[in-house]
Design a protein around this ligand. Structure first.
Ligand code: GDD
Ligand code: MN
Length: 410
């Protein structure tokens, strides 16, 4: 791809080409779109105004629209002094995040800037993001609403503000190390060096593609630039309550990506099982049941509670290999085996190895816990040999379907 026809003759002002930084390289602007036809012209106008004079650019739209957005883009592209591409996807795999990854794969420039198509992200900031990256030798530059000079003025309503703040807090709490230096992990506006992009490790799920990138493929150096999040130019937000649930699943998936983290979450969930267990025991004995059968019944409630939480928080992306009753049955079997194995194990440790009762109990608890975790991983949530019919793990990684049409004009 060549850019030489872009500058400087058409602009008539060669001085504009000289930026404060050494040769900033070119930028591919990736814009995910879902029914944004009323915003396209204004967006491309904004980009034309502020980008090509400062650095060579191309724009890649990754579109999942059901309206005429792709046609509007092709039409508007005729007036653009840079290449404009539309990747229209027939199946919107991975949603917004999946679209962005698709666009990153198609990018050819040194830098990739990801921004929304509704003008909530000011196009005038694109060169600044790249400049900041070049100046500080960063691999990732985040446009942040939460540093001095930035604002979330365009966040519609108190409800959205509260949700956004809560999500930011939760996310920063869950990933204190990975997100150090990133004040706005929820931002959808950032620049990343193409050499720092490793799309293979990304498993985008919904809106938070910056979070996905920062956690799974964090570039070594990260810097931030403030920006004012503006109101939408036209149309409505595509974010829904369902997207919120998807976000929580995304967080759980990221947090439990490593086996050690999974084991910690598994243990924490196990500890919370005391609550329903004791509550049921109390209710059943109060209703007149003998305490021994009540113990057994209450324990099953604790198992069910643990199963539900573990399904959603520990193995959110690994439920597809077995049917739910198969998983529940195996899980219950392991949980009950745990009780059956522990007592003889304690007896063995005390009588054979002369351990103290307390020490033996602690060791047995840890041992059966680890065994139960490993068993749950291997027997409940690992892909089966041969696999269940219709199984696929590729569902959330995204694969481009559809046409790629490049248009360039002038
Ligand atoms: N291709 C594609 N597929 N694009 C999508 C999809 C999808 O399924 N869903 C949304 N988009 C596009 C929209 O067309 C828009 O260009 C951009 O993604 C952002 O969508 P909005 O619907 O405008 O989202 P928002 O304003 O609520 O959320 C924005 O702000 C958040 C921070 O408050 C996004 O930038 C989020 O990424 C950001 O976290
Ligand atoms: Mn928006």
């Amino acid at each position: 791809m060549t850019y030489d026809s872009v500058v400087p003759e058409e602009l008539g002002e060669p001085a504009l080409r000289v930026t404060a930084v050494p040769e900033p390289g070119a930028v591919t602007i990736v814009v995910p779109t879902f029914n944004e036809s009323a915003n396209i012209r204004e967006l491309l106008r904004g980009i034309t105004e502020s980008v090509p004079a400062r650095l060579p650019c191309e724009v890649v739209f990754v579109d999942d629209s059901t309206d005429d957005t792709p046609e509007v883009i092709r039409e508007a592209a005729r007036d653009c002094p840079y290449p404009v591409t539309v990747l229209h996807r027939e199946s919107p795999v991975g949603g917004l995040g999946g679209a962005v990854v698709e666009g990153m794969r198609a990018a050819t420039s040194d830098w990739i800037v990801v921004m929304d198509g509704d003008l909530q992200h000011p196009p005038s900031l694109v060169p600044e993001l790249v400049d900041a990256g070049e100046r500080t030798h960063a691999g990732l530059v985040v446009a942040s609403r939460y540093i001095r000079g930035g604002s979330r003025a365009g966040l519609a309503g108190g409800y959205r503000v509260a949700v956004s703040r809560g999500a930011t807090w939760l996310t920063k709490t869950l990933f204190p190390r990975r997100l150090r230096g990133i004040s706005d992990p929820m931002s959808g506006f950032f620049a990343i060096r193409r050499s720092a992009v490793t799309t293979d490790v990304l498993k985008p799920l919904g809106y938070k593609i910056l979070l996905e990138t920062a956690v799974r493929a964090r570039p070594r150096r990260v810097t931030e630039v403030p920006f004012v999040f503006r109101p939408r130019f036209a149309g409505e937000s595509k974010s829904t309550a369902r997207e919120g649930v998807r976000f929580l699943r995304h967080l759980a998936g990221l947090r439990t990506a490593s086996p050690v983290a999974r084991m910690v979450v598994f243990g924490l969930i196990g500890a919370t099982g005391f609550l329903p267990n004791l509550a049921a025991l109390w209710a059943l004995t109060a209703a007149g049941m003998h305490y021994l059968p009540a113990e057994i019944a209450a324990n099953q409630l604790g198992v069910a509670w643990n199963f539900l939480l573990i399904e959603h928080l520990c193995f959110p992306g690994r439920r597809q290999y077995r049917r739910w009753w198969d998983r529940a049955g195996r899980f219950a079997l392991l949980a009950n085996a745990d009780l059956v194995v522990r007592i003889p194990l304690i007896a063995l440790l005390v009588s054979r190895f002369g351990m103290s009762v307390l020490g033996a109990t602690a060791l047995a608890l840890v041992t059966t816990f680890v065994l139960r975790f490993v068993g749950t991983e291997a027997l409940v949530y690992l892909p089966r040999k041969g696999g269940r019919a219709g199984d696929t793990t590729a569902v959330e990684t995204g694969r481009h379907v559809g046409s790629r049409t490049a248009r360039r004009s002038s």
